[in-house]
Design a protein around this ligand. Structure first.
Ligand SMILES: [Zn+2]
Ligand SMILES: [Zn+2]
Length: 200
């Protein structure tokens, strides 16, 4: 069983207790274990997340970010929007990857829980009692891995990763800092995209 501290810390970061974020935690931890790597402090790992936009269960992505260290801020995560609760985790140096997905096994139980009944009736997650929130969380956290996860074979993953371009320069019109690759040249001046009048 995983360290319960991960669960506590992750749910604090996430903002509420829900099954999808916990499913993301289980998937993220299983992917790290399959690749025999630890959480990405820098950009060693890269995640391709299969959730899309505007659907239930997107909270899954926070579980992935928290466990793998692949985060929006670091830029080592992107969405391949398929509306699925799965991730491909890539070990860049090792040129290997693994895809892990969340199985439908518990969905009937989750749908029947007091938490989901209230969610379906339009109650926001943070207005549902803690005990009822915790019931759904524990269901997913305590389930045997084989029941809820499909961990694929580790496969070779070669990719020509673009290097990070360092450095910021102030826009010569608005004065705000702009990453080098985003400066646009207009006449003699280097400008940010909005000041340049270009679309991108
Ligand atoms: Zn959530
Ligand atoms: Zn500007």
């Amino acid at each position: 069983m995983e360290d319960r501290q991960i669960l506590t810390d992750a749910l604090k970061f996430h903002g509420h207790r829900c099954w999808a974020s916990v499913a993301g935690l289980r998937v993220g931890l299983a992917a790290l274990r399959a690749l025999e790597v630890s959480r990405s402090g820098g950009a060693q790992l890269y995640a391709i997340l299969e959730t899309g936009e505007e659907h239930g269960g997107m909270c899954f992505g926070d579980g992935i970010q928290f466990t793998t260290g692949c985060t929006l801020g670091k830029g080592n995560i992107r969405k391949n929007p398929l509306g699925k609760l799965a991730v491909t985790l890539i070990d860049k140096d090792g040129e290997r990857a693994v895809r892990v997905s969340y199985k439908p096994t518990l969905q009937k139980q989750i749908a029947g829980s007091a938490f989901m009944q209230q969610r379906a009736a339009g109650v926001p997650p943070d207005e549902i009692s803690e005990a009822e929130q915790q019931e759904v969380v524990d269901l997913v956290w305590d389930a045997p891995e084989g029941d809820i996860l499909t961990v694929g074979e580790v496969f070779p993953y070669e990719h020509n990763w673009l290097p990070e371009v360092m450095g910021f320069t102030p826009c010569q019109a608005c004065g705000e800092l702009v990453a080098q690759a985003y400066l646009r040249v207009v006449g003699e001046r280097k400008l940010c995209i909005p000041c340049s009048g270009y679309n991108r």
